[in-house]
Design a protein around this ligand. Sequence first.
Ligand code: GDP
Length: 477
Amino acid sequence: EAITVQELANRMAEKGADLVKAMFKMGMAVTVNQTIDQDTAELLVTDFGHNVRRVSDADVELELDTTEDNEADLKPRAPVVTIMGHVDHGKTSLLDALRGTDVTAGEAGGITQHIGAYQVTLKDKSQITFLDTPGHEAFSDMRARGANVTDIVVLVVAADDGLMPQTIEAIHHTKAAGVPMIVAINKCDKPEANPQKIRERLLEHEVIVEEMSGDVQDVEVSALKKTGLDDLTDKIQLQAELLELKANPGRAAEGAVVEAKLDKGRGPVATILVRRGTLKVGDIFVVGAESGKVRAMIDDKGKQVKKAGPSTPVEVLGLSGVPMAGDQLQVVDTETKAREIAEYRQSVMQQKRTTQAPASLESMFSALKDKQAIEYPLVIKGDTQGTVEAIIGSLNKISTEDIRVRILHSGVGGITESDVSLAGASGAPIIGFNVRANAKAREIAERQAVALKYYDVIYDLTDDIRAGMAGELGPEA
Ligand code: GDP
């Protein structure tokens, strides 16, 4: 961690020249623009009678209480479910129908609020939380920002339509995240519905439902006629039990931003899904690069609440600004601390914006090295099915025992936002063969530092990847 003398002076609210003078006395000749190491910086800070302030990310994290919870403090928590599937297969209809299964829905004063997530209470009093933004883009965008909030994915497939491109994308996104899946075969009220065909087609994508002696649960539903919904919630609960979802409600709260906006009357508002601890009115927090104090909380039924425990979504008022979906919220002791951390993060973001160069394939590989990956995740898009298959074939050939290519997703057509969010969530580069990224995809790729590599010769592509792999394994390999 290096810092320039001038930057350090700014942070200490001292003159750069005074720091240079002090260093000269210590026997170091430097200019204000020179960088100095952390030890020297700390020496100077102490010399000027300041407290040593955080200068790195690690220090910021130290300020936050991220300690693991004791097993004894863990209590069961509701599962968090995301619904995915192809457009028009009934995601929105199913979300609406499931909302209607809430036994508390009819309670006095409760008016449905769309806050980005909602919780249903079932007959047996157990609860399930649904994220209200269906689809795999939102899911992977959240993951890319470090918010792995989804415990279970419900894949909606219309029984009269079959597996479609976004169904397959959703399967890939879910698998890349390692999240268990339940298949909801929807529109079973239609005379032409053929659920069995769906089960068979799913085999081709390595989704093996129980009836086919696999371990993926499936359920026939009709979002329109509201049939099979109890069966679906039963299966979600069963899956949740297997996952043994638990959290400590008795600690300082941590959560993730599901949605955030600037509200004309209420100022910045964020829907927070509490991950652990209990968020209370009056709590001081930092969320992404913003800070605040919980002024009020409103649940998905429009009711003001004083506290929110694990897996509960609430709208939070009292933020300094609008955070981003996927940002983490953490409760801290003092407003000074919250502000300091937020300011630090803002300065890091500012720095990134001005210095970030698009990541190269090489640097992606070295980044992967830090994670000690022996798998190379890649997303591949090409102009024809034939070329895509040829590319996958050649990449599999250059895979060795020590290292192998892992294709998260492949397909025909230009590089889309969905491809970028999937790649970003897994730190993978995207290969475009005779195809390019659309403008929106390019913009997101830049923001998430996802490498886009274009080729028109397969040999060049395999050569690059082989070189990257060799570099990854090191000289001894
Ligand atoms: P989304 O794009 O996946 O969110 O799909 P929607 O929920 O908007 O549904 C697309 C269309 O399918 C709408 O016209 C719905 O009324 C219809 N639909 C959804 N579920 C069912 C169902 O179970 N049965 C029938 N017959 N139609 C349905």
